[in-house]
Design a protein around this ligand. Structure first.
Ligand SMILES: CC(C)(COP(=O)(O)OP(=O)(O)OC[C@H]1O[C@@H](n2cnc3c(N)ncnc32)[C@H](O)[C@@H]1OP(=O)(O)O)[C@@H](O)C(=O)NCCC(=O)NCCS
Length: 145
């Protein structure tokens, strides 16, 4: 992984980022919170950190880190299929945690779908505790948000 560098998202990454997330199978909302304008606004906020792993100018990994002043959230963690099982996601999590620590946040959390055994194994291996007694609730103003 010597050629991989890490940097924040910029607006010119938009198309490549959307394609990367689609190829990774993530559920994205290109008309809502993943529109170009929405991501630009989010990425400019101090409580959000959209980190890219880049190899030869191509996106090879992503993570969105946010916090609400109390807890930190790890989202949109994905790595390029050709680089999987090389420790890249672990490194992205380490960097996400380091950023949260710098912001004064010391609880790191994420939501993982039940079927996603690779992601669950990844977070368990990074000392995250699985809470099987919590049920996620959400309310959306529309299907695109
Ligand atoms: C989940 C994902 C991010 C893991 O990325 P990765 O770069 O392969 O992860 P790492 O190489 O850092 O793996 C670290 C550990 O995670 C676990 N792990 C990762 N992939 C696994 C798999 N397919 N099966 C079992 N364990 C797995 C292992 O414990 C692994 O350690 P090991 O390789 O020493 O056994 C990647 O598979 C991905 O992008 N998936 C599609 C998007 C997604 O589902 N994201 C998570 C949303 S919550």
């Amino acid at each position: 992984m010597e050629k991989i560098s890490y940097r924040l998202y910029r607006d010119s990454d938009y198309q490549a980022l959307i394609e990367f997330w689609q190829e990774a199978g993530l559920h994205i909302r290109p008309v809502g919170r993943d529109s170009r304008q929405s991501l630009a606004i989010q990425a400019s906020q101090p409580m959000m950190h959209l980190l890219l792993a880049v190899e030869d100018q191509e996106i090879s990994g992503t993570v969105i880190v946010t916090h609400d002043g109390r807890k930190g959230w790890i989202n949109r963690l994905a790595t390029a299929p050709r680089l999987r099982r090389t420790g890249l996601a672990k490194e992205l999590i380490r960097q996400a945690e380091a950023w949260l620590r710098q912001q004064g946040i010391h609880i790191y959390t994420c939501l993982i779908e039940d079927w996603n055994t690779s992601s669950r194994a990844l977070f368990l291996g990074m000392d995250y505790v699985e809470h099987r007694d919590i049920i996620y609730y959400s309310k959306r103003e529309n299907n695109n948000v």
